[in-house]
Design a protein around this ligand. Structure first.
Ligand code: DLL
Length: 447
């Protein structure tokens, strides 16, 4: 498969899964969105008591929407709305019309449960296929899918999307990392799907097994489900010998494939506007922000039957751009999601996202790309500790670890502007991820 796959990996081949929709004019997209938005608002209002109550309280009816801008009069939906209506209270379809449920565990309490009709599943597979094609996957490719299968949308979402594109899926799921390495070697997959943190774990285990992943046919990876910095992209591309494509999504809206980078420029992820309406709001005032400004991403579904979502506050902080993309796709781009507003740390008055710490760490020589941020409450204020790990095969006497920790502390102070306690650990001492990495350990409540 190597040579054909390599020829097709050239971004210049112009392949698109849904060319007509992907290259539609802006006016065409907006017309389609308006028509679909009216349908989606009516579906939510007529079938979900929660939406009817919220719309009534806000004094709006689906019929009030005349243009896309009118969306600003409709109420937001937040994660706790799903929790409060656990498990199926937000569904707009009767159980007889559902074909699957998924869930997202979150950090506390009950999971949020989401549902799909057959039509929803078909559209989802189509959007993941479109995303993977945009990122350079091609029919016939072998796809090693290491996203977890189960309630999490990553595994089955990537699985059916890759099949829809015409790929051959190896449904490995997460975990059993040595076996992952053996299968990558034996089957020669061209595409890897996993969280970025799990891919690092796979690369590390491969090295210990004496396998150099950069010599395998692996050429592309679809990384998502957690924030990862551009610095980490470089590290992943180097360690795995592939091109790393960013794929975004969330279960409340669908799962993976809400947006994906194209192969051409890797600046921003095309958000599939025929199925979703994207807004950026100021998370404080809740007012919509103009194109290009940074704020919280809010998404309204336009085609979802089982679980229409109206103005869902993702908590993800990003920007939109409608500048034309070199690939020819006309859909708006969502700039890389570098953090969630509920992940933002305020340490001695400085706002910090874990991904900023990640970017600093990746630039420090002799450091493995594994880390954990620990928040403590010390006296009157919050403090941040960062646990890092020395790279393998580097001398690691106590004095080496102390020197490394000192260097990391200095760089964080110089670049982010905050003083933190850094502990350097020996290889393998920090926990490894098999799915979404736990980057922040909050010990503040326990003290
Ligand atoms: O993580 C869906 C997914 C699976 C996306 C596989 C991509 C690949 P949830 O478990 O509901 O769904 O988590 C959604 O994860 O709101 C973001 O905060 C974060 N997230 C997802 N993709 C990215 C990404 C899946 N590419 C939450 N970059 C979202 C940054 C991401 N954060």
């Amino acid at each position: 498969m190597g040579s054909t796959a390599r020829q097709m990996s050239d971004a210049g081949d112009g392949f698109m899964f849904d060319r007509e929709v992907e290259t539609m004019s802006r006016a065409g997209i907006q017309g389609l969105q308006t028509e679909r938005l009216k349908w989606s608002l009516a579906r939510a209002y007529d079938n979900v008591p929660h939406f009817k109550r919220k719309f009534d309280e806000a004094g709006v009816k689906p019929g009030h929407l005349k243009t896309l801008k009118d969306i600003k009069h409709f109420p937001f939906t937040v994660k706790t709305d799903l929790r409060d209506n656990y498990p199926f209270g937000m569904f707009a379809s009767p159980q007889s019309e559902l074909r699957r449920v998924h869930g997202s565990s979150g950090t506390t309490g009950k999971p949020t449960i989401v549902g799909y009709t057959q039509g929803d599943l078909d559209r989802w597979a189509g959007l993941v296929a479109r995303s993977m094609a945009a990122g350079g996957a091609r029919p016939g490719d072998l796809v090693h899918n290491a996203y977890g299968y189960g309630l999490f949308t990553g595994g089955l979402g990537a699985h059916y999307g890759a099949e829809r594109l015409g790929c051959v899926v190896v449904p490995v799921s997460g975990g059993g990392t040595e076996r992952q390495v053996i299968l990558l070697q034996d089957f020669g997959a061209r595409i890897l799907c996993s969280t970025p943190s799990y891919a690092l774990n796979i690369a590390e285990v491969a090295r210990k097994m004496g396998v150099d992943l950069t010599t395998l046919p692996l050429e592309r990876a679809f990384f998502g489900a957690e924030p990862w910095s551009d610095a980490m992209r470089g590290e992943l591309e180097r360690q795995l010998g592939l091109r790393a494509i960013d794929i975004y999504g969330l279960s409340e809206i669908m799962g993976p494939g809400v947006a994906c980078e194209c192969d051409s420029v890797q600046v921003g992820l095309h958000g599939w506007e025929d199925n979703f309406l994207f807004e950026i709001i100021d998370p404080e005032t809740l007012e919509p922000l103009p194109m290009g400004e940074s704020g919280e991403l809010v998404i309204t579904t336009l085609t979802k039957e089982a679980l229409p979502m109206i103005r869902y506050r993702t908590r993800d902080i990003t920007r939109l751009t409608d500048e034309p993309c070199a690939c020819g796709r006309s859909h708006v781009r969502i700039l890389r999601v570098t953090g969630r507003d509920d992940d933002m740390l305020i340490i001695r008055g400085v706002n910090i996202y874990p991904s900023q710490v990640e970017s600093v760490l990746v630039s420090v020589p002799n450091l493995a790309p594994h880390y954990q941020i620990i928040l403590r409450h010390d006296g009157m204020m919050d403090t941040m500790g960062v646990d890092v790990e020395i790279a393998p095969d580097i001398p690691c006497a106590d004095s080496d670890l102390t020197a490394l920790a000192g260097e990391v502390r200095q760089r964080i102070k110089a670049i982010i502007g905050v003083t933190c306690a850094v502990v350097a650990k020996r290889p393998g001492e920090l926990p490894r991820s098999e799915g979404k990495a736990v980057r922040v350990l909050d010990q503040r409540k326990k003290i």
